[in-house]
Design a protein around this ligand. Sequence first.
Ligand code: MLT
Ligand code: ZN
Length: 512
Amino acid sequence: MEKWRAADRLLKFSSSCKSKQGKYFYSVATTVHRNPLFSSISPDDISYFKTILGERGVVQDALALDAANTDWMGKYRGSSKLLLQPKNTEEVSQILKYCNSRCLAVVPQGGNTGLVGGSVPVFDEVIINVGLMRNILSFDKVIVSGVLVCEAGCILENLISFLDDEGFIMPLDLGAKGSCQIGGNVSTNAGGLRLLRYGSLHGSVLGLEAVLANGTVLDMLGTLRKDNTGYDLKHLFIGSEGSLGIVTKVSILTPPKLSSVNIAFLACEDYTSCQKLLLEAKKKLGGILSAFEFLDSDAMSLVLKHLDGVRNPLPPSIHNFYILIETTGSNETFDKENLEAFLLHSVESGLVANGVLAQDINQASSFWHIREGLPEALMKAGAVYKYDLSLPLEKMYDLVEEMRVQIGPAAKVVAYGHLGDGNLHLNISAPAYDDNILAKIEPFVYEWTSKNRGSISAEHGLGLMKAAKIHYSKSPETVRLMIDFDYCVFELLPDTSCLDDNHSIICLCLSA
Ligand code: MLT
Ligand code: ZN
């Protein structure tokens, strides 16, 4: 399955962003060659897949294939001739078993909203899209456990609405919620806007079901909070980007919905104030703090320019930094007073230059729209080089400033992210993709991150973009263990003849 492609993905790297096949990956050092050990689709394969999935589950239509071959940013493009749409776990298992026996490379796909080239084929892999597997299987609210069990293809926003009606919330929220799917979210360990409050998916996913490359179904779909019977293998699938198997079902712990939500949009004049404000927010708002997001002045200008209907919440000027704070609690009066007092104190102490508290739900969504609309605004602005980094908070904005010096006037450096989680989204926005700009960004950005003991992927995964860069964040021994582990899973398979010595755990992801 996925790892077959990974095997050849790591074969050769060069310092050019154009591969010999003429593929342009907008990231330095990613030249990949198709592994000749992989088979190509034959008419017999198509007939076989039709016996499993019926005519409708076997898609060869050019338009549909074009969409499935291309990622959301239009940066990564495969040339798959076949898209399979299984309706249940058994069908996924049959597909993988067959592909394994035929040495057909596959790529799992969800909502195809990933940002690192992990959700689309590199060459002609069979695309297995789990989007038809979208049933909610159970929701246990009777004993107030709040455990939701659903299939991998459920769209995140649909789960959010379902839970809202039941009086619960998803512990995960992303700008891409309208398209991304829970299986992809789990496979990429998506972080999002409320990780600060509800933690990562390693905490809220209680269990999952996954299908291995040989078709074996692993039932780890527990719903228990505690289970210490041996290795907790589900964690290996959370964030493994499809390298170990396709996640088909998920059980997830969801918190009860709280009635009082307040949002403030604030301006700070320097980055030190943003950091101090975060510390203060943690101290003063404590348990009710549910989001602490930031954007800089270039990010704000970009949104105002490219997103329809967005207005500057703190006119007339543009400030250096903006912070969006959300609180979620159960006491309307107390929570609001608490946030107001915090804001007043922050203004008086000089940390905040200006600020506004959302007066109604429309104003609250307009604040969120500014932050969530940034990826779209960047796409509208032209070419964008995206870096999703975890960094020590105090160093985070130094990188942005150094990058501005490094790049010069050729491109805009736009910064935003999940400040509360130490997660910077560093974006370099240019009129068009340009090798000279790229040469100024990479490897500088990775070296800087590594030197400061950060991570080159905070929440987006490695994908094709960063598979070969893992060494910037993981020691050789750690990478070796990952590779050994990956082999270990694979050696359970009846036929590993498709693999070669470059076989590696590092591969593309099942997109959110
Ligand atoms: C976000 O936080 O908006 C997403 O991770 C997407 C992005 O990095 O642009
Ligand atoms: Zn993010």
